[in-house]
Design a protein around this ligand. Sequence first.
Ligand SMILES: Nc1ncnc2c1ncn2[C@@H]1O[C@H](COP(=O)(O)OP(=O)(O)O)[C@@H](O)[C@H]1O
Ligand SMILES: [Mg+2]
Length: 509
Amino acid sequence: MSERTSFALIVPENFIQATRDSGYKSLGSALAELVDNAFEAKATQVSVTMEKVERQGGAEDVRVTVADNGRGMEAQTLRHALQFGWSSRFNQRDSHGRYGMGLPNASLSHARRVDVWSSPDARTAAVSYLDVDEVVSRAASIPPASEVPMPDFRRLCPFARGTLVAWSRCDRLMDRKLGPLSRKLRAELGRLFRYQLWAGKRLQLNGELVPSFDPLFVKEGANLVGAKPFGPELTYETEAPSASPRRTSVIKVRFAELPVAQWHSLSNSEKNVQGIAKNAGVSIVRAGREIDRGWFFMGQKRKENYDDWWRCEVRFEPDLDELFGVTHTKQEIHPSEKLLSILVPDMERIARELNGRARRAFLDVKGDTAFRESETIAERHDSLLEPPREAGAVGKNGARKIQRGGRGRVGGLEYRLKFQRLDSPCFYQPELDGTRLTVVLNEAHPLVRASFGTDAKSRDETKKSRRDVELLILAAARAELTLAKNKKAKTWTNAFRQSWSRTLATFLS
Ligand SMILES: Nc1ncnc2c1ncn2[C@@H]1O[C@H](COP(=O)(O)OP(=O)(O)O)[C@@H](O)[C@H]1O
Ligand SMILES: [Mg+2]
């Protein structure tokens, strides 16, 4: 080995192995680098695919592609784009990329090979690639981009002009199930790129549009909506650390409060699915793209369960990267002391206020003792009844099994009453989830309006009779479960409930 090569700054084969482990948190955060590049190239459409393919010799492979209709690259740029550290915008602060690491680093974190095809003008196209095994076997440079006939480009890329990045030999995805992986990816991309989607950009995954997901639950999308902005958006103007000439940049902070009264009665599994539970904290958005989320800027305040019931978002531009401690993988922040001193005083105070509001909202909900009493009475007596068929097994969400006691007694169901406007004429509808029987009372039905609505009599007067009406309904719902042993019986009880409800509505009208 010559002296020159042995003292080169980088030992290519080792470097490339090491950088593969540089640690993207997820497939989503690695792919986000490519989607960032596409949007930075002014793409209006980005199409991601992920599929199992067969390699020569029959081995299975996972192939991931990201295509965009952006401005594309000339052959020379395309070759540079695969170099670690080359960027057409090195250290610029007006966009996402600035380190020249995203494309090669994110790609090799998941794949042993990445190919990039690009056409800047819909008339010419070129391709080049980076292959881990080639680099390892012979100290390599990026191969010159070779020309690609346009028909070949068109076959590969869904857009006439733009760029297609393809990962193959995805060894880090081989043992993953593609179904769950792409569901997770869809949700993640919808959240990370929500601002681009709201601005009208189109992002597809395996041919389907990715819907936006607002972790604040304020804006319509794939998420529940119903949270309310809490207070006005806060803005903090601060000096951009490395800007020359000197200028300032603005940090924006907003909070949202989730509707405890409406959502508290959702089952735990539903709260998980909807992202209400276990997602407390702050979403960090850099240049309109989420790069991190977690329990940031909360000072001494620890996270509690009540903190599931509010959300926060902090937005900033890349000229404040030093303050936020953004690393080149753009998936994490490490706030500096200066940033903490700017944000923590207000954010900790507001977090404590929102925690208190959630706590009080729960007290209000639980303070509705009339409900609790009927639910508790029904729960106390349920073990005396024949268990419903459907509840024997573990609920579809893993809810607890009915436990059989020592003398063949059954543990019993949990009862919940819930108000909702139903499309059916029924005044109630039972829903069994594991061992929880939720009886939905139809707000549109006259009985429910008369007994529970604002036109109901004063609280004390009606408390007992209301409890009895509740028990009547809970009993009917429970009886249905006992009877609904097969499809026929179920259809019958359903028909009975409809007819009974209609008749009652007639009497009360
Ligand atoms: N989809 C794309 N369309 C056009 N140019 C691209 C695309 N992806 C990458 N590039 C070019 O390759 C360069 C390197 O990309 P990357 O490694 O992600 O670094 P960075 O985004 O930090 O510049 C970019 O600066 C850009 O010039
Ligand atoms: Mg980039």
